[in-house]
Design a binder for this molecule. Structure first.
Ligand code: AKG
Ligand code: MN
Length: 202
């Protein structure tokens, strides 16, 4: 169950007239904590390079992934079976739940080995995420560009956020209906980055 209102009292929430609702907290974790968690997660999570189905073809994903939590998750033709939350993932989940007032039961983990790893345009709109999901996205390691574009109206400018170490991005409301997001390739980035997207899967 998601508890919606009055979630993020200290922060400006960017709500735009085009159905987007997101909130970026650059310093959700302080630097020593972000670094400690990055090191632990990089070595402790079961990172895998896996294929997905895209436009009828199976291709390798340009990043490593892992799923933790209580529920399986299917996207791009692939069902991921979860491993139980680790101590560090539970710690981060509790912190985000306390801050937001929302509950999460799964986390999709992405490891971008360098700037050539990426994630293509998509919405987090799988049925099992419910109608207006809250997606809590924590970033550790190298800063990467994150872009949001409106699905129908090309005149609406692409929105760009630099997702820094220790930051939290919350996407809410009707964002997934009207907007897509991506992590573009950035060939100049040589350092790795971990991203954790906490979700509530029904
Ligand atoms: O790496 C990111 O910041 C985005 C991850 C994402 O969009 C996803 O896992 O669905
Ligand atoms: Mn996504």
């Amino acid at each position: 169950m998601i508890f919606a209102p009055m979630l993020f009292p200290q922060e400006k929430i960017e709500v735009n007239e085009h159905g987007g609702e997101w909130d970026y907290l650059p310093h959700f974790l302080d630097e020593p904590e972000a670094e400690r968690l990055y090191r632990n997660l990089q070595t402790q999570l079961a990172w895998k390079e896996e294929s997905i189905r895209l436009f009828g073809k199976w291709i390798m994903q340009p990043r490593l992934t892992a799923l933790y939590g209580e529920k399986a998750y299917t996207y791009s033709g692939r069902e991921m079976q979860p491993l139980p939350f680790t101590t560090d993932l539970l710690y981060i989940k509790d912190k985000i739940e306390q801050y937001t007032g929302c509950r999460f039961n799964a986390v999709l983990c992405n490891l971008y080995r360098n700037g050539l790893d990426s994630m293509g345009w998509h919405s987090d709109d799988e049925k099992e995420l419910g109608n207006n999901p809250v997606i809590a996205s924590l970033s550790l390691g190298a800063e990467r560009k994150f872009r949001l574009k409106h699905k129908d109206n090309r005149d609406i400018p692409v929105h760009k956020i630099a997702l820094g170490n220790g930051s939290l991005l919350l996407m809410k409301g009707s964002t997934q209906h009207f907007w897509k997001h991506e992590i573009p390739k950035e060939p100049k980035v040589t350092a790795p980055r971990i991203n954790l997207t906490f979700r509530y899967i029904t």
